[in-house]
Design a protein around this ligand. Sequence first.
Ligand code: NAP
Length: 246
Amino acid sequence: MRNLKDSDKIIEVANKEKLPLDVLQLDVTDYNSVKEAISQMYEKKRIDVLVNNAGYALAGPLEESSTEEIKTQFETNFFGAIKTMQSVLPIMRKQNGGKIVNVSSTGGRIAVPLDSIYHGTKYALEELSECIRYELGSFNIKIILIEPGAVGSKFWNNIKIATESKHVLSPYRKMIDTVSETFSKMVENVIHPSEVAKTITEAVTTDTPEFRYVVGKDANMILEKSKNSSDKEFENFIKEQFNLKY
Ligand SMILES: NC(=O)c1ccc[n+]([C@@H]2O[C@H](COP(=O)([O-])OP(=O)(O)OC[C@H]3O[C@@H](n4cnc5c(N)ncnc54)[C@H](OP(=O)(O)O)[C@@H]3O)[C@@H](O)[C@H]2O)c1
């Protein structure tokens, strides 16, 4: 965890369920903490599984997203995952195997309005994962992508709105308000985070995991729609969903 002061609850649950859990400090944007945490883990045990779950969404029009906001988003969702992978790969190679789970999103395969940088991080993670499975396959290291739809975690409260787009006079104001309404409706139909956890457990406990796991009805529906639509048809479908009339 990046803030160990938040660890009481998970430690309490682990103790209750008699699970041997160690909690270490790790902020994926602080590469020293990644190195330190992984070497501490390896000193004690093997590392068979890495789950890259840390992430958040930056929301707002591209024009109104600052370079700093964009870089921080990539540092967390993309470069953070790269750093943890680079740190565990030498260990997994020595152990002759391991599994790396990258928590992506349906947003890593289809895009919705006003989330371009978040989608950029997830698309990047998807393509990187697709590529490295070839170089890692021969070491028996498996790469797995998890693609949830809308999940009822703290994700929605933790969305960072691009600062400039908060301005009442933003030229994108009307679109931002319209799109936000659709997102608010989406949040009413989320799946429980345990659905995603179950899928990750299934993926890491089987010898022959799939490369991709889509989680949630909405995720399956939208990916199916995208697969069976032309670019234009899909664009019109998304515009309809988000009530964009132009
Ligand atoms: N919720 C959804 O609808 C949804 C849909 C598709 C994909 N996803 C993906 O699912 C993953 C998990 O998100 P979630 O839904 O569980 O959201 P969440 O409830 O906001 O949890 C995100 C977690 O990431 C941690 N985190 C963020 N930045 C970090 C950093 N720099 N270093 C270490 N940890 C960091 C947060 O730690 P703190 O507790 O310290 O903030 C938090 O525990 C994300 O990659 C997200 O993109 C979510």
